[in-house]
Design a protein around this ligand. Structure first.
Ligand code: ACO
Length: 422
């Protein structure tokens, strides 16, 4: 293919450079389009728009490939825990033993919350949605770390990223316990990241909790598969907000808001609610597949379909086999897992889903694992945020390191009234 494309519009004939990525994906560089022709592009939902060049995650939706920093997601899941994968994303390379130990120690030391943050959580109505509480808490956290909010000071950014990664499990556990009217459990410097999270969530009144190695492994896996997914809705939000030089806390808060929506990260909660509805309705999966096909109905199969994947989502494949292993080890029969598998089978054989290349996505089976661990459904999207956080930070850092960084400011085609008088 030629390294320029030619565009002819009105009296203008311009050349658009073709940008080629390391995996041979190609894009047209239209950065001079408006200057040379007076025109902009129109692409609602950014279906054809590349917003940046990025070296973090490679995704091939046609083939169902996902790689972080060049490593296949399957390989990372087999060989790394969440902290290793986080460092890979943030630094570009897997950590040395020393880097891993230093980071773990620093993160665990930062896990505790200021008393005022605990008071803030206790002030929320117990029945409030955990995502609403999380959003408020992450932004409020910055008020306790005002020496970490200069986005152009690398030392401050370093401390804020560490604080955020350290604190999200603590916030999540406190939110969970507040909803149940239970006392909060402080982080334990002797425990690892995931072990601390599980203990802070589930410890009894004496602070005792028996850590189950299978739960730790399953949670590490879930956090890793959620780590990053290139320019998705929440990551793009973090980048857009970061492009205005808003601080990291504010940018991450915005990302969490975007993640909450049921078309994005909120789909994991919506999916389990849907599976429960199907179970309560007698388990007739075919009926719900028919409903999803009916355009008048407005019902969609949650956890199905993806903007980029037109093949089986590799994350769903990993999670599904982890579900099999975990449920068997625990000797658990989860009726929702059975309904999910039956639903998948019917949908994947149906012409509607085949023609549109709709497959289960990351949210379809993750809820089965969360349920087995004992995490309530309203907390699922909070867990997604915990996993996605390092990915958001890696993108925020990449944006700020870019010599071509500019504020993100799209244009529009105005379709309102012409000038009129009052
Ligand atoms: N159930 C039924 N039909 C669907 C579904 C679904 N879950 N998803 C897409 N379709 C149909 C659409 O109706 C449309 O049909 P048409 O061509 O006849 O009009 C076609 O498939 C294409 O769908 P779009 O909505 O145009 O695809 P888009 O890329 O804009 O949306 C999305 C992707 C939002 C993920 C969509 O598939 C969806 O709503 N899925 C359910 C929610 C979900 O699981 N979200 C999580 C995604 S993964 C993540 O963000 C972590």
């Amino acid at each position: 293919m030629s390294d320029v494309a030619k565009l002819s519009v009105g009296e203008h004939e311009i050349e658009l450079p073709v940008v080629v990525g390391t995996e041979n994906e190609q894009g047209l560089d239209i950065s001079k389009l408006r200057r040379l022709t007076g025109m902009i592009t129109l692409d609602e939902g950014f279906v054809n728009t590349g917003s940046t060049q990025s070296a973090i995650t490679f995704l091939d939706g046609e083939q169902g490939i996902l790689r972080y920093r060049g490593y296949a997601i399957e390989d990372i899941c087999k060989n790394c825990d969440f902290i290793d994968a986080t460092l890979l994303l943030l630094n570009g390379e897997l950590p040395t033993d020393e880097q891993r130990a230093d980071f773990r120690q620093a993160v665990i030391a930062d896990m505790h919350l200021p008393q005022e943050m605990e008071d803030l959580i206790r002030a929320f109505p117990r029945e409030a949605h955990p995502m609403a509480m999380l959003v408020s808490c992450v932004n409020a956290l910055s008020t306790h770390h005002q020496d970490q909010v200069d986005p152009l000071d690398s030392e401050q950014v370093h401390r804020s990223r560490q604080r955020l990664i350290a604190t999200l499990p603590t916030l999540t556990a406190c939110i969970h316990r507040h909803r149940l009217d239970l006392p909060f459990v402080a982080p334990n410097p002797e425990l690892g990241y995931v072990e601390n999270f599980l203990t802070m969530m589930f410890a009894d009144e004496q602070g005792q909790y028996e850590i189950d190695a299978d739960f730790v492994a399953a949670l590490n896996l879930l956090l890793i598969v959620h780590l990053d997914h290139e320019q998705n809705c929440s990551t793009s939000t973090v980048r857009v907000v970061g492009s205005a030089n808003s601080n990291l806390y504010a940018s991450i808060t915005a990302g969490i808001c975007a993640l909450w929506g049921p078309l994005h990260g909120g789909a994991n909660e919506a999916c389990v609610n849907m599976l429960s509805t199907i179970a309560a309705d007698g388990g007739d999966v075919a009926k719900y597949v028919e409903m999803a096909k009916d355009k008048e109905n407005g019902f969609r199969l949650m956890g199905f379909g993806h903007r980029v994947y037109k093949n089986y989502d590799p994350r769903a494949r990993i999670i599904k086999s982890a579900c099999d292993v975990l449920l068997e080890k625990l000797d658990l029969d989860d009726p929702l897992f059975e309904i999910a598998q039956a639903l998948e089978k019917v949908a994947l054989e149906d012409e509607y889903f085949v023609a549109r290349k709709l497959y289960p996505n990351v949210d379809f089976y993750s809820g089965v694992i969360y349920r087995a661990i004992g995490i309530p459904v309203e907390l699922f999207t909070v867990l997604f945020a915990m996993g996605r956080l390092p990915g958001w930070i890696a993108h925020w850092q990449e944006l700020h390191a870019s010599p071509t960084k500019r504020i993100c400011r799209p244009r529009q085609i105005y379709t309102g009234s012409e000038l009129r008088e009052i």
